[in-house]
Design a protein around this ligand. Structure first.
Ligand code: DOR
Ligand code: ZN
Length: 364
């Protein structure tokens, strides 16, 4: 057999469609679970898909102390469906006045695993965030020393900056200097969307990672206006041009260990989305894995889904991979349209669509 025909054979076998795959149970390294009735309504979807989740702290008021994080964790555990083993991994919301001792205390007590840096005003409930990186230098130095990851919402906040350029500008103005000044700091660039952010993550791959959402893999900025305004596709960072989406698909399916799942599922009530000033966030918790599986299938990369979904993130956070497995099946199923919350509802990303991949059996 010639070398050429060998390559052809392997390409052929890759193209052959499998009907199902079984991977280690995945984790969601970026999830907004909210609180109260919303938490109870939407947690079952994330808990059906993922074994663990990094829980975002942008509640009202934000989770800024170890005591508040421990109490929130208890509320999440209490909201799990009976028999479900979903494990919430908590984070601290950084403000200008966060104390390095509080950060270290929560970390050493095992209350939180990371801290979230929202530039003040960058997104939903970010007005208590950090006004200038210089204000949290002592915190960053402490995190660097104790090996605690910084989770970054990487968007410039100057309202005069074009919304589609805010991540690229943040990289230049804030992230690259921060990485230079804190050479040992571990950080996650959350919900990477532009090609420039993919490149920065790759260039610092040993200590920097990037999470990629399902929606940014399937929509671009034109989708927001397809046939009319689509408020349920609006999130921050906002979806970018098509070539950025394609760069994200290449990064996610590359097998590169610095990229992993972070769904950024961010539910809001319909009345808050379908408003004169609708808020940012996509509820993707119910259709995340189905979407990732479809994307990896389309990119002929299903053999790399397990690394992206179940191995890379755990390795970055220094946690063991899950031992259980989940099956994903090539079996079309309609996604639920919406989830009821009190007298309103949350619209599901791709709700009502027939999705080619669905969830199969979970072995804990
Ligand atoms: O679209 C978003 N929604 N982006 C964020 O960064 C926050 C999130 C939310 O909490 O609603
Ligand atoms: Zn988020």
């Amino acid at each position: 057999m010639t070398l050429d025909s060998l390559f052809d054979a392997s390409a052929e076998s890759k193209k052959r469609k499998v009907d199902s795959i079984r991977i280690r149970r995945p984790d969601d390294w970026h999830v907004h679970l909210r609180d109260g009735a919303m938490l109870r309504a939407i947690l079952p979807f994330t808990a059906a898909q993922f074994a663990r989740g990094i829980i975002m702290p942008n509640l009202v008021p934000p989770v800024t102390t170890a005591a508040a994080a421990a109490a929130y964790r208890s509320r999440i555990l209490a909201a799990r469906p009976v028999g479900n083993d979903f494990e919430p991994l908590m984070t601290c919301y950084l403000t200008d006045t966060t104390s390095p001792d509080e950060i270290q205390k929560g970390h050493s007590e095992g209350v939180w695993v990371a801290a979230k840096y929202y530039p003040a005003g960058a997104t939903t409930n970010a007005h208590h965030g950090v006004t200038s990186i210089s204000r949290i230098r002592p915190v960053l130095e402490r995190m660097e020393r104790i090996g605690m990851p910084l989770l970054i919402h990487g968007e410039a906040t100057d309202p005069a900056v074009d919304i589609f350029d805010r991540e690229a500008l943040f990289l230049e103005q804030t992230l690259l200097p921060l990485l230079r000044d804190h050479q040992e700091l571990k950080a996650v660039v959350e919900h990477v969307t532009p090609q420039e952010a993919v490149d920065v993550v790759r260039a610092h791959g040993s200590r920097i990672a990037g999470t990629i959402t399902p929606h940014h893999l399937v929509i671009n900025r034109t989708s927001l206006f397809q046939g009319g305004l689509r408020p349920h596709l609006y999130c921050l960072p906002v979806a970018k041009r098509e070539h950025h989406r394609l760069a994200l698909r290449r990064a996610a399916t590359s097998g590169d260990p610095c990229f992993f799942i972070g769904t950024d599922t961010a539910p809001h009530l319909s009345k808050a989305k379908e408003a004169a000033c609708g808020c940012a966030g996509v509820f993707v918790g119910a259709t995340a894995l189905q979407t990732y599986a479809q994307v990896f299938d389309e990119e002929i990369a299903l053999d790399r889904l397990e690394a992206f979904a179940s191995l890379n993130g755990a390795r970055f956070y220094g946690l063991p991979a899950n031992t259980g497995t989940i099956e994903l099946k090539r079996r079309a199923a309609a996604a639920p349209l919406a989830v009821r919350v009190d007298s309103d509802e949350v619209m599901v990303f791709r709700g009502g669509e027939s999705m080619p991949w669905s969830l199969g059996e979970v072995r804990p």
